[in-house]
Design a binder for this molecule. Structure first.
Ligand SMILES: NC(=O)c1ccc[n+]([C@@H]2O[C@H](COP(=O)([O-])OP(=O)(O)OC[C@H]3O[C@@H](n4cnc5c(N)ncnc54)[C@H](OP(=O)(O)O)[C@@H]3O)[C@@H](O)[C@H]2O)c1
Length: 254
């Protein structure tokens, strides 16, 4: 555990999956967490309830990140929940994959929506969050291993590549304020995004076979790495991408 007592955090896409695990971990460390969600209010309420039951503090904020205009509601809800306190930690986690957006199947519409949610939204969330952030704050962007291994879903991969560039640029420009900006890059992790992983034992076995540590990831595996960057222990690390994947594709299978 790292101590985040008295800190505040916004985690986008915290209703489910990796974002929920990040919200729960930061709250367990002592932070007041804004649990952002897009449409699944029930799941967001469950995340807040789980945090509160564990003795933490959280509140939910909604915005469809495909719509820039909805950032007004997101930041209104955030500022209401923070009640005058600065924002210390921002985790840009929300994203989605469109399995149809291959080189053959992509359309201008699927391209624009993927880039709106996965790239445009993090940029403008950061732009609006920076004036609320304390010096010495933390930004963590959740990217993906598909930035360095090839998958057919080319548009999703391109969107995550753009996010990596965003992190590096901001690490430089926000350095004078002591704000660190890092990227956590999950491997294959069991969430709704990866329904195929639990549909058959063969899928899970295949992933285990290409992973040095012999299994696929769980959301908490990713959340614990995010917590490091969010903590005081991470104070001297900025502009970095951490692959959190159990040794995915480290080399040929044995
Ligand atoms: N799972 C993996 O194997 C894996 C691997 C590499 C990288 N990642 C990355 O890890 C992050 C989390 O992924 P996950 O697997 O946890 O995904 P997930 O289980 O599908 O959850 C996605 C979250 O993002 C929110 N979201 C999606 N579209 C949104 C929109 N248009 N507006 C607002 N919120 C939206 C969802 O909100 P609602 O609940 O309201 O829909 C949900 O909270 C993503 O950045 C993903 O690219 C995941």
């Amino acid at each position: 555990m790292t101590d985040l007592t008295g800190r505040t955090a916004l985690v986008t896409g915290a209703s489910r999956g990796i974002g929920r695990a990040i919200a729960e971990r930061l709250a367990a460390d002592g932070a007041l967490v804004a649990v952002h969600y897009g449409s699944n209010e029930t799941a967001a309420k469950e995340t807040v309830a789980a945090i509160e039951q564990a003795g933490g503090q959280a509140f939910a904020v909604r915005a469809d990140l495909a719509e820039t205009a909805e950032l007004d509601a997101l930041f209104a809800g955030l500022q209401e929940g923070l009640a005058g306190r600065p924002l210390d930690i921002l985790v840009n986690n929300a994203a989605y994959i469109d399995y149809s957006a291959t080189i053959e199947g992509a359309t201008p519409e699927t391209f624009d929506r993927l880039f709106a949610v996965n790239v445009r939204a993090p940029l403008f969330v950061i732009q609006r969050a920076l004036p609320l952030m304390s010096d010495g704050g933390r930004i963590v962007n959740v990217s993906s291993g598909v930035t360095w291994f090839a998958t057919p879903e080319v548009v999703y991969g391109m969107s995550k590549g753009a996010l990596n560039v965003l992190s590096r640029s901001l690490a430089k420009t926000q350095g004078p304020r002591g704000i660190t900006v890092n990227t956590v890059s999950p491997g294959i992790t069991e969430t709704d995004m990866n329904g195929w992983l639990t549909e058959s034992a063969d899928a899970a076995r295949a992933v285990a076979g290409i992973t040095a540590l012999g299994r696929h990831g769980q959301p908490a595996d990713i959340a614990d790495a995010v917590a490091f960057f969010a903590s005081d222990d991470g104070r001297w690390v900025t502009g970095q991408t951490l692959e959190v994947n159990g040794g995915l594709l480290l080399g040929p299978p044995a």
